[in-house]
Design a protein around this ligand. Structure first.
Ligand SMILES: [Zn+2]
Length: 111
């Protein structure tokens, strides 16, 4: 699988779902996802990538966790940062569809 890497500076300040700019004074929400065992994103570790979901045309931003990080040790291969609970819910709904239809994700859960 090949993915577009989003420059770190931009990725860290964007909602994974609506791509709205996130300011330092905004409350952000994050959750993690586990990939299927045959999906290898090691070459994207610690980068943010743009993923396309089979159930939706829109791109979604995902942070690929690095080996040895806290998130990785908790079984999270990817992290999503969203600007609001609403975006979190919408993103999670699509990821759940993705789990049933797609080839990429195994599990997704809220913090
Ligand atoms: Zn958002």
């Amino acid at each position: 699988m090949e993915f577009y890497i989003i420059p770190d500076k931009e990725a860290l300040s964007r909602c994974a779902w609506c791509q709205r700019q996130i300011n330092d004074d905004m409350e952000v929400f994050g959750f993690g996802a586990k990939l299927k065992p045959n999906v290898d994103l090691s070459e994207y570790e610690s980068h943010c990538i743009e993923i396309g979901l089979v159930s939706e045309e829109k791109p979604v931003y995902m942070m690929v966790t690095a080996q040895g990080s806290e998130a990785k040790s908790e079984g999270k291969d990817g992290m999503f940062l969203v600007c609001s609970e609403g975006c979190g819910k919408k993103l999670k709904n699509f990821l759940e569809k993705e789990i049933s239809l797609g080839k990429m994700f195994k599990t997704v859960w809220h913090e």
